[in-house]
Design a binder for this molecule. Structure first.
Ligand SMILES: [Zn+2]
Length: 172
């Protein structure tokens, strides 16, 4: 009797695992080594009722795998399942120190010539910071074109903003 019950629950468990596996392999047609060890049970519970187009998903997986700015490839799968909005999952690389320094120097030289703040947002403001020249460590690098919209993490797409304005623009 109790033995029989055990068999039943093992069958249930097997069925559950099979559902999870079927679902994962139905959504993600590419098999990547980073898929190992993910919490597929949790992801299944959260997302299996949503519809995904496997060929679109596959294209996106490959695009993200080809992006050198993504540090956490394990996050790619949940990022896609969640509708490709939560960039925190990917740990997108930030600008390196050399890039920041270069951009800072160019921006500050231009700003000093014009007599305005080297933070472009402060410069168009109406308070005392309008002409404030911030130090390098008082500023943060910002993606001019958001990374999530295809903006690269390169000097061309980098602007330094004072910490307040960078925070106001949101972490992208
Ligand atoms: Zn500012």
């Amino acid at each position: 009797m109790s033995r029989h019950r055990k068999d039943n629950s093992i069958t249930e468990l097997k069925n559950y695992f099979n559902s999870v596996i079927d679902w994962v392999s139905g959504v993600f047609t590419d098999v990547e080594s980073e898929m190992r060890g993910l919490e597929w049970g949790r992801l299944y519970e959260e997302y299996h009722k949503k519809a995904y187009d496997p060929s679109k998903v596959s294209k996106e997986v490959r695009k993200l795998y080809g992006d050198p700015y993504i540090k956490n490839r394990k996050g790619i799968f949940e990022y896609i399942l969640g509708g490709s909005t939560d960039t925190k999952l990917l740990e997108v690389r930030i600008f390196d120190e050399a890039t920041k320094k270069t951009v800072y120097a160019i921006q500050t030289a231009k700003a000093e010539k014009k007599g305005e703040s080297n933070c472009s947002h402060c410069a168009i403001g109406h308070d005392a910071n309008k002409s404030k020249v911030w130090k390098l460590d008082e500023m943060d690098a910002d993606h001019v074109a958001a990374w999530s919209k295809g903006g690269a993490t390169s000097a061309k797409n980098c602007q330094m903003l004072c910490k307040t304005h960078n925070r106001a623009k949101g972490n992208r």
